[in-house]
Design a protein around this ligand. Structure first.
Ligand SMILES: Cc1cc2nc3c(=O)[nH]c(=O)nc-3n(C[C@H](O)[C@H](O)[C@H](O)COP(=O)(O)OP(=O)(O)OC[C@H]3O[C@@H](n4cnc5c(N)ncnc54)[C@H](O)[C@@H]3O)c2cc1C
Length: 310
């Protein structure tokens, strides 16, 4: 039989956003739980070293930071529960959140379910993730100071991130499977006119190789099938990001065109009592620091919502 639990604030997702929200909600004496389907930490569990998170001048590993976030929120009374949330009913003043093992009645809900970067799905991609392969220029660009890097993608984010990477790297080779870009005209012009950017048109990465760190890529000509080798220590993949919102697809919560949750600056969604923040929300910068800020904002907004509804 499904166990039913009651909370003032139920947080879906135990990444940086969810654990920061849990710290603030539990310190405000609200009965708070974080429901996490895997392990607390979320995306930061995939990263060896984080250099751009304030307060850690020598960097910090993702798993260490996740442990600190978890310890700090649990210290003030937040509960961490393991379950996969499958649906939410937002119609009543008390929200019903359904998981595989539990059902929750919550006076307020914070959705902090993050998302995942789309992958190429080629051999070597996972092996060299964090060892040459990256999905975030702001996070990892500095590891490639004055060396050449490659970028995969032809949309706005691929070009925006390529232009950013030109500031610290020696050069950027954009690998694109077609001979035309999908990005906006203005970004195309800037990239095409940038002397540090060159293009490998009609090309696809088929495998990443190296010895400990990534060293070179096998490329395939998408028209002829001909194979070639590109010696390069860095590969940035920008072929999309999918937010984890399947479980709220029928809830009435509003999304943008990319499936991210629309919020205002207080992290309020269109449904009173439902808040969202971090990588799952529309227009997120998808950085650790901004995720933490969103989590804190969402928790403070939930606190004010609960105060007003007494
Ligand atoms: C490899 C890598 C390196 C990075 N490096 C940096 C860096 O150096 N600096 C930086 O600022 N940012 C970095 N980032 C980005 C940063 O990690 C994210 O912006 C941030 O962690 C997002 O936090 P979040 O809590 O919003 O989402 P997430 O971290 O995605 O957490 C969401 C959590 O929700 C859980 N969840 C999802 N659906 C459900 C469900 N249905 N039921 C229950 N739980 C669910 C997930 O399991 C996950 O734990 C990096 C990201 C990656 C992938």
């Amino acid at each position: 039989m499904t166990k039913t639990l009651d909370f003032d604030v139920l947080i879906i997702g135990g990444g940086a956003t969810g654990l920061s929200a849990a710290l603030y909600a539990s310190r405000a004496m609200l009965k708070t739980a974080v429901v996490e389907k895997l392990a607390p930490g979320g995306q930061i569990m995939l990263t060896d070293v984080i250099e751009n998170y304030p307060g850690f001048p020598d960097g910090v590993t993702g798993p260490e930071l996740a442990r600190l976030y978890e310890d700090q929120s649990v210290k003030y009374g937040a509960e961490i529960l393991y379950d996969t949330i499958t649906s939410i009913d937002v119609t009543g003043s008390s929200k019903t959140v359904v998981g595989s093992d539990y059902e929750f009645n919550a006076k307020s809900v914070i959705i902090a379910s993050g998302g995942d970067h789309n992958k190429l799905g080629v051999p070597g991609e996972d092996t060299f993730s964090g060892k040459g392969v990256s999905y975030c220029a702001t996070c990892d660009g500095n590891f490639f100071r004055n060396v050449p890097v490659a970028v995969v993608g032809g949309g706005d984010s691929a070009l925006q991130e390529s232009l950013y990477l030109t500031q610290m790297t020696e050069s950027v080779t954009i690998i694109h499977r077609r001979d035309q870009l999908r990005a906006s005209r203005i970004l195309q012009q800037r990239a095409l006119n940038n002397p540090k950017i060159d293009f490998r048109w009609n090309s696809a990465v088929v495998e990443a190789h190296g010895n400990g760190e990534m060293e070179y890529l096998d490329l395939k000509d998408t028209r002829t099938g001909e194979l070639s080798k590109l010696t390069i220590p860095g590969l940035f993949i920008f072929i999309g990001f999918h937010p984890n919102t399947q479980f709220i697809s029928k809830s009435g919560i509003e999304f943008d065109g990319g499936g991210h949750i629309i919020t205002n600056m207080a992290m309020e969604t269109n449904i009173p009592g439902i808040f969202a923040g971090g990588d799952v929300r529309s227009n997120s910068h998808r950085q650790l620091g901004t995720a933490v800020g969103d989590g804190i904002t969402a928790a403070l907004s939930a606190f004010h919502y609960l105060e007003d509804s007494i």
